[in-house]
Every structure is written in C-alpha cells, then in structure tokens.
Design a protein around this ligand. Structure first.
Ligand code: SGN
Ligand code: CA
Length: 528
C-alpha cells in the first residue's frame, strides 16, 4: 500500500492529492469491513437434535446461540441427501448434474478446477482455510491452508493430510471434533490479519459409527431418550420401494460396528455381524480402558437376557441415539469454543458464523437411521447464521432455502460479483426483509445413488410449502404427501382421485424446475 504522504507528493497538487488519498483510504476501510466467514459444517446432523429447531431429545446451547444472536432458517433443504454431492453443491451453488458430483459411490472425483466460492473469495483477497472432513476425493482447491481427513476419517487419534498427499498423513492423538477445531483456531491465530478470512470447519461428527468423545460416554445415562412416534413404521400405504430399505433400526445395525460389541453376538445373523468396530483398533490402551469400562458391563447385561421383538428394536434405538447425541455434545461444545474465540479476539461483530450439516438424518423416524430419501428428516439441513452487522437477533425465516444458496450468499456478503451459472439465490436480501414473500415457493431434489448401501432407489421431486411430490422414476412412479395434514408423511395421496388436481399442479412445478435447472432426460440421469 502506498503511504498517504508518498501519494500526495507524487501527485504534486496537495488538494487533489488529499482528495484522492482519502477516497483510496475509504476503499481500504471498505476492504477492512468485508465480513469474515466462519462456516461450521458437521456431518449427518439432523435438525431434530438441535435445541433451536425444537429438539425433544437433547440440548445444544452453543449452536442455539447462533439462532438467539442471529437467525434460524426453519425450512432449509439439501438437493441430494448424501455427503459428497451436498458438499459439491455448497461449494459451487449448483445442483449435482451441473457440478458433476452425483454420488459417493462410483469413484467420482470432484472437479476442483470449476468455480467454487472459496476460490472466488481467495482471489478477491480473503485468507481461506479448510479443516476436517472433505470427502470429495480430489484435493481441495481455493484454500491457502487445508488439512483434512482421508475419506470419512476416524473419531479417535485421527489421521489428517495436506497438499503433501495422503502418503504423508499425520496422526493426532485425541478426539476428532476437538482436533478439527484446534486446527481451525490455530490457523485463525496465525493467519494474515490484514485480510478478511474464510474458515470452513468441517466436523466428521456425528457420522456413523457414532463414536463419542470418551468424556461424554456417560451422558444420557439417567433415562431413555424419547422415541419418535414412527419408530415402528411398517412402510404401508406408500411406495413399495420403502420396504426395500436397508437402514432399519430393527434389522440393519451391525452389532460389532454400530452397537459396540467386540465379539459376534450369538443370535445375530450374518448381515448383523459383518464388520468390526473400526474405532476400537485406533484407540490407545488408556482410551480402550475407558471405553471398555462403559460398554463391557452394559453389553454383558444385554447378552445375559437379550430383549426380543419390539423391545430389541427399542434397545437398539437407545444404543444408537445415545451415542449419536454424545457425538453432538462434542460438536456443540466445539461450536462454543469457536464463538468464544471470536468474542475474545474482537471478531464477533464483523464475522458471519454459519452452522449447517451436509444433510439431515433419521433418528428412528420411519424406523430408520441414515438419510438419502426425500422425506423431511433427511431432506432438511440445519441453517443458523449470525451476522451482527446485518441480522437482528432472534430472526426466524420461513422461506425455503437450499444448499445451492450458500455460495451466492457468501459471495454477495463479501461484495463479489456473482458469476454466471450459479443456480442458487443469495439470501442477503432476506436479512433486510425477514418476512419477504419475494422468494421461491418450491425446491428441487434429486438423489442418484441407486440401490447401493441402504437400498434407496433414485428419485427426484419437488418440495413446496404444503405438498411434496416424489418421482421414483426408475422403479415406482409418483408419491404425493400433504405436509400440513400429514407431517410424518405416512399417507401417499398420489392415487386418490380427490388429489388429482394437486398431483397435476405439483407435476407442473417439477417440470418447471427441471427446465429451469436444465436437467437432462431421466434416461440420462440413470447413467449415474
Ligand atoms: C458410509 C456408511 C453409510 C453411510 C455412507 C454415506 N457406512 O458408507 O452408513 O450412508 O457412509 O455417508 S459405514 O459402514 O462406513 O459406517 S455420507 O455422510 O458420507 O454421505
Ligand atoms: Ca453426511
């Protein structure tokens, strides 16, 4: 930067020089005002387990701070409910068929040469960093610093790698959620403080196999976690495809994996005995001692008199949900660490903080775990945002937003021109008018990973403010739900004559969105 004095001297006329210098200064002042962005992104965190979304099963005081001090989007959705595809949409602001990342399976690499919002922020003068789970196969692009876990990563003593490659992995002792935050905060300390910054802090938790921080193992011990009303859903009255799922609490947990047994359970079938707990092998002797002290007596009690029938499903639900919620306890604690860091370093006012997760998850609803289906629990993504300079505390948004909206929002917040081709809408205007009706009324959804792990068929669809239309286009046709009268989505209305007009209306919306987003023919989508 040219000094003021030098500029005035080189211009000769002190008055013109001073005017020019002052306007230059105001540009720099503007530059300093560009907001920082801290994007905290977890993996598989369902809104049903966030206090601010009305959780009945746990508390998340730190995540809730964002809603109290900023805003919450009550109708926030993904476009393809699975990890890599959702992340690719976040980075590009485009649906899967445009950004090229359709499924986690099939060996796709994210094309990191395409436009992403971190790249544009970096180019416009932001310091950029990414830590934690990446899961897009190719190396991250657009970050001054990145340090990520291979694939899904591990909970205990995790490996991380950098641009030095996966052959040069570094193992950190401790628990992944803490370590990911440590790396992010260390970078914040060491960053170039003359630049605004983007930090993407991407937590692996609470992804399967739901291994808690050992200090949280005894949380939720006192009482059973309430069950969802659809834990014993029989999948009748809806698409036949539902019964083909492999994600039920009843039949599809693996004892030595999800249920935390070390030995084959005598009455378990082969499906339920396929794998061994992946985290146990990574723990050091002290960690194992803590783990064993918790699980061994409880496993022994289970084996001594195993529950049967519905009680067995209930037992599995408790073991699953408690470990899942314990993982979230750690995520929430680490959100608190980040917020405290911003407070202590005078960064709160001018920093946008977002909490989100790559998709929702079934916490026993429909008798399930996992995601992928277009039903509400896995279609939803949390989206909480605090930006003290623009957003009034306690703002609640009803508008339908989607993960393709994040990139254009960050770009507009940073004053960067929106490049052609982005499919999402910037949400910045909604901060000035939280009740704005000038917003989309329907979102498009498309899941491609056909009948892989968990047995979910490909489908697309449209989610409106009241109705949801799903098209199981390669095997079963239409489903239609009324979210107002049937929020649990237990009754498919698509074949009922009295809903014919609604069906036609929603089919029209689907066709409109497919044209707007330039979807190819269904036959083409079936190649992915
Ligand atoms: C793993 C899990 C699945 C999960 C996928 C996708 N199996 O394959 O249960 O659906 O990841 O998750 S596990 O046996 O490895 O636990 S995603 O978040 O990456 O989309
Ligand atoms: Ca995920």
């Amino acid at each position: 930067m040219q000094s003021l004095e030098k500029m005035v001297r080189s211009i000769g006329n002190p008055v013109i020089g001073l005017v020019l210098a002052l306007s230059t200064l105001s540009v720099f002042a503007e530059e300093n005002r560009r907001p920082n962005i801290v994007f905290i992104f977890s993996d598989d965190h369902a809104t049903q387990s966030i206090g601010a979304y009305g959780s009945k099963i746990n508390k998340t005081p730190n995540i809730d701070r964002l809603a109290n001090e900023g805003s919450i989007f009550l109708n926030s959705f993904c476009g393809n409910s699975i990890c890599g595809p959702s992340r690719a949409s976040v980075l590009t602001g485009k649906h899967s068929h445009i950004n090229g990342f359709y499924t986690n399976s099939g060996g796709t690499q994210f094309d990191g040469s395409q436009m992403t919002f971190p790249k544009l922020l970096q180019k416009s003068g932001y310091a950029t960093a990414l830590v934690g789970k990446w899961h897009l196969v190719s190396d991250p692009t657009g970050f001054d610093y990145w340090e990520v876990v291979p694939g899904q990563g591990s909970y205990y003593n995790p490996d991380f790698y950098t641009s030095a490659g996966q052959d040069n992995k570094k193992r950190y002792e401790g628990y992944i959620t803490d370590i990911t935050t440590d790396l992010g905060l260390k970078w914040l300390d060491e960053r170039d403080k003359d630049k605004p910054f983007l930090l993407m802090c991407q937590q692996k938790a609470p992804h399967r196999t739901w291994a808690p921080n050992l200090k949280h193992l005894y949380n939720y011990e006192d009482a059973p976690v309430p069950e969802p009303s659809t834990l014993f859903d029989d999948w009748k009255g809806r698409s036949n495809t539902l019964a083909g799922n492999e994600m039920s609490i009843k039949d599809h947990f693996i004892y030595q994996w999800d249920m935390k047994f070390q030995e084959r359970v005598p009455f378990a079938n082969d499906f339920e005995s396929r794998l061994n707990e992946p985290e146990y092998a990574r723990m050091n002797p002290e960690q194992r001692a803590v783990w064993d002290a918790y699980f061994e007596p409880r496993n022994a009690a289970f084996l001594a008199s195993p529950p049967t029938g519905k009680d067995l499903t209930r037992w599995k639900y408790q073991r699953y949900i408690k470990n899942y919620l314990r993982c979230i306890d750690s995520v929430d604690e680490n959100v608190g660490r980040v917020l405290n860091y911003l407070d202590e370093n005078g960064l709160t006012e001018n920093t946008i903080v977002i909490y989100s997760s790559d998709q929702g998850f079934y916490l026993g609803e429909h008798g399930w775990y996992d995601k992928r289906w277009m039903y509400e629990e896995s279609l939803r993504m949390p989206f909480l945002i605090r930006w003290p300079e623009k957003i009034a505390p306690g703002t609640r948004h009803e508008q339908l937003i989607q993960n393709i909206d994040y990139a254009p929002t960050f770009l507009e917040a940073a004053g960067i021109e929106r490049p052609n081709g982005i499919q999402g809408k910037s949400m910045v205007s909604l901060y000035e008018k939280p009740n704005s009706q000038n917003w989309r009324k329907y979102v498009y959804y498309h899941y491609y990973e056909h009948l892989t792990e968990h047995g979910v068929p490909r489908h697309d669809g449209v989610r409106g403010e009241r109705y949801k239309l799903i098209n199981f286009y390669s095997n079963d046709g239409w489903s239609l739900y009324d979210l107002e009268t049937d929020p649990d989505e237990l009754k498919d209305l698509s074949k009922l004559p009295e809903y014919k007009d609604t069906l036609i209306h929603m089919q029209g919306q689907l066709a409109r969105l497919r044209a707007q987003y330039e979807l190819p023919e269904y036959a083409e989508s079936m190649k992915h």
